[in-house]
Design a protein around this ligand. Structure first.
Ligand SMILES: Cc1cc2nc3c(=O)[nH]c(=O)nc-3n(C[C@H](O)[C@H](O)[C@H](O)COP(=O)(O)OP(=O)(O)OC[C@H]3O[C@@H](n4cnc5c(N)ncnc54)[C@H](O)[C@@H]3O)c2cc1C
Length: 408
């Protein structure tokens, strides 16, 4: 037992650590499959979370399949038919989801509201939710995870379970305590996000603006709010002379197409930031544990797939975890199909995201590619579907696609 930890009667069949999109979705799915699930989060909900608040089309479809369409509408989710991408030289390409496949659209909704909708869904499915429960580490017996320690109401408690799901984001205590963090040397970027009221000129599409040293995104949200996020190299942020507020404002002024939209608008709330975003765990399953969402891996928000991956991973993992629990075998071997399912679902798209990183980090390449995507409609629609996760990522990795994209 950890020093001075109390054993109490919160033990459950499954503990899910973290009530973000991955954790709440996983918890709800396992409860629906008949399991006794305890969901722990250090925050008190609803809570804000630094994010661009954009759910890509495939993520929006999963939310609809979960039966949350009406809840999201009530929460004020804004439908975006596409994403207008601006290159450093001012050329533009519209990732037009609706044209790539009729009915496809992304959603804009603050994480304050989205994550609360998902948490309520977990509660309705029968999950026991414990907020303000700060998980410190995974408990182990031999080479198996057997529970967690968590500080709840100021007391360190030991809680046991047959299976622990690490869904506690990119600074996962589960990943850290199991020594699973893999070194990520590139990209080292920080995201800074804020909400504004009264931004004009946005209706059907979100916007991405790639500058020389950073990029910015605009997403339309509930109640007339717009999310404005910038993503910048850690080095550049550390070398700034003024405050974060000044840096944020100056960066936005440097992008004329954004600056004109933010003229005389009101910021609502503070600037929320996350540093050194890229993260990867060395393995996603082991004896008695499984990782979903950012706890497993996260690269960069440019392609807007983080929430989708969190939702999808949870839905891939739940039946595999359920089968393991029902056969009283939550070993790494029983959970291994999840690793294979992740590979099938995410590996090709991850390669596309790395290629996109190459584009956005090279202004001349970004200019070149954006001009070609704008001029070659078929290629633009293929990439729209791949970025929106509703066309196989392999379509954008084929030599024919890349040759047609890159030839003058
Ligand atoms: C600046 C920025 C902008 C982004 N923009 C987008 C975007 O527009 N679209 C998109 O799809 N993705 C975006 N992402 C990525 C997206 O935010 C994540 O991929 C997504 O939140 C992952 O969900 P998750 O459930 O895995 O983790 P999270 O959403 O991070 O949730 C983790 C939960 O775990 C809890 N937790 C953490 N540690 C503990 C602990 N020790 N004990 C108990 N609870 C704990 C936290 O309170 C939190 O509620 C962005 C990321 C950043 C940094």
């Amino acid at each position: 037992m950890a020093d001075s930890a109390r054993t109490i009667s919160r033990d459950a069949e499954v503990i899910v650590v973290g009530a973000g999109p991955a954790g709440s979705t996983m918890a709800a799915a396992l409860a629906e499959l008949g399991h006794d699930v305890l969901l722990l989060d250090k925050a008190s909900f609803p809570r804000h979370k630094p994010c661009s608040d954009y759910v890509n089309p495939a993520g929006a479809q999963i939310l609809a399949e979960m039966g949350l369409g009406d809840d999201l509408k009530c929460a004020g989710a804004h439908t975006m038919e596409g994403m207008l991408v601006h290159a450093p030289n001012g050329s533009r390409f519209l990732a037009n989801y609706a044209q790539a496949e009729p009915g496809r659209a992304a959603l804009g909704l603050s994480r304050y509201r989205l994550d609360n909708v998902l948490l309520e869904c977990a509660k309705a499915a029968g999950v026991t939710v414990c907020e303000r429960a700060h998980v410190r580490e995974a408990l182990r017996s031999g080479d198996s995870v057997t529970g967690v320690t968590a500080t709840i109401d100021g007391t360190l408690e030991e809680i046991r379970a047959k299976l622990v799901i690490g869904a506690d984001g990119r600074n996962s205590a589960i990943v850290r305590s199991l020594g699973l963090s893999a070194a990520t040397h590139w990209p080292r970027k920080t995201g800074l996000a804020a909400h504004y009221r009264g931004v004009n000129g946005l209706e059907r599409y979100g916007e991405m603006h790639v500058g020389r040293d950073f990029y910015a995104g605009l997403a339309i949200l509930e109640c007339g709010l717009t999310n404005v996020t910038i993503v910048v190299g850690d080095n550049l942020l550390q070398r700034r002379s003024g405050s974060i507020e000044e840096f944020f404002a100056e960066s936005l002024r440097a992008l004329p197409a954004i600056a004109s939209k933010l003229d005389s608008v009101e910021r609502v709330g503070g600037i929320r930031g996350v540093g050194s975003m890229a993260h990867r765990a060395r393995q996603t399953v082991g004896n008695g544990y499984l990782l979903v969402g950012d706890a497993a891996a996260f690269l960069d928000p440019f392609a807007g797939e983080g929430i989708y991956e969190a939702l999808r991973a949870a839905r891939l993992a739940a039946p595999i975890a359920s089968a393991a629990l029902k056969s009283a075998d939550a070993s790494a071997r029983a959970l291994a199909p999840y690793r294979a399912a992740r590979r099938r679902a995410f590996t090709a798209k991850r390669s596309v995201s790395w290629i996109v990183q190459g584009f956005i980090n090279s202004p001349s390449l970004m200019n070149y590619v954006t001009e070609r995507l704008a001029a070659r409609e078929e290629l633009g629609l293929t990439l729209s579907g791949v970025l929106g996760d509703f066309r196989p990522a392999g379509q954008a990795l084929s030599p024919i696609f890349l040759a047609r994209l890159l030839r003058p």
